[in-house]
Design a protein. Structure first.
Length: 254
């Protein structure tokens, strides 16, 4: 039997640009305790805020392209401009008759495909939007190493964002930055419960962790960190959330 616990970490204050996240999170973890093998799932918003990935819409000048999308989709052209700046390409933009505001599905510069390239107004000051960190893997690595040095343990970090999924309603948390945690594990060559050899099974460990964190992390509760304890997992020195992205050559719908 495997016993796994998920715990939100309380006492995380509102994060401001240039805040020392490793110090803040470390202080919050003192009363909870940290053990080798623990994994922290962290909502990217606090990473983005600390790194200053915040834009004041009043200071944004929309481009011609942003104005065109804004008119077509009934969106704020200043926000559309930020979305375009964060994107490699707009995969699709549409507005259904029942929608007040249309949707932009974009490929972020990092390669993730999501609505609005991850640009979000929730948990942000009025007239501002928050974007993804510039390099979530590096953010996870720096934070993880500082926490390991403080507590003398080895742990994993998963930085998360909330994405929709094709052909499924609702949203789930997914991984956008990793430290030590493998993006994917492989069961290829192992046997199932009936003795048949597995040939294609590769669990998306990082996304499984991220999605599970959504069971206890709530936008209005100010609990952006979830600690997993009791999992059996193999640490990787070189890991990246980009490893979970499917190559464009394998995109059957492009």
């Amino acid at each position: 039997m495997i016993n796994v616990s998920l715990s939100t970490i309380p006492t995380i204050p509102d994060i401001r640009p240039k805040d020392d996240l490793a110090l803040i999170i470390g202080n919050a973890l003192e009363s909870h305790g940290v053990e080798s093998g623990d994994i922290l799932c962290i909502a990217h918003k606090i990473i983005s805020k600390a790194e200053g990935a915040i834009f004041n819409l009043e200071e944004i000048e929309p481009s011609t392209e942003a104005l065109e999308y804004a008119e077509k989709l009934n969106k704020n052209p200043k926000k559309v401009e930020i979305v375009l700046r964060q994107s490699k390409r707009v995969v699709r933009a549409f507005k259904r008759p029942q929608q007040n505001e249309g949707t932009m599905i974009c490929e972020h510069h990092l390669g993730f495909i999501s609505a609005n390239a991850g640009v979000d107004e929730s948990n942000s000051e009025p007239s501002t939007v928050i974007t993804l960190p510039n390099d979530p893997d590096t953010s996870a690595r720096k934070l993880g190493r500082k926490l390991e040095d403080r507590f003398g343990v080895q742990l994993g970090i998963v930085i998360t964002d909330t994405f929709g999924r094709p052909w499924r309603l609702g949203q789930v948390n997914v991984a956008i930055g990793l430290f030590r945690v493998p993006a994917i594990t492989s069961d290829i060559g192992k046997k199932d419960a009936w003795g048949r050899e597995l040939s294609v099974t590769e669990p998306a460990l990082c996304d499984e962790l991220a999605a599970a964190s959504g069971l206890v992390i709530k936008k209005a509760a100010k609990t952006p960190i979830v600690l997993f304890r009791g999992l059996k997992w193999a640490m990787e020195e070189e890991t990246s959330a980009l490893n979970i992205l499917r190559a464009n050559s394998e995109d059957m719908f492009r």
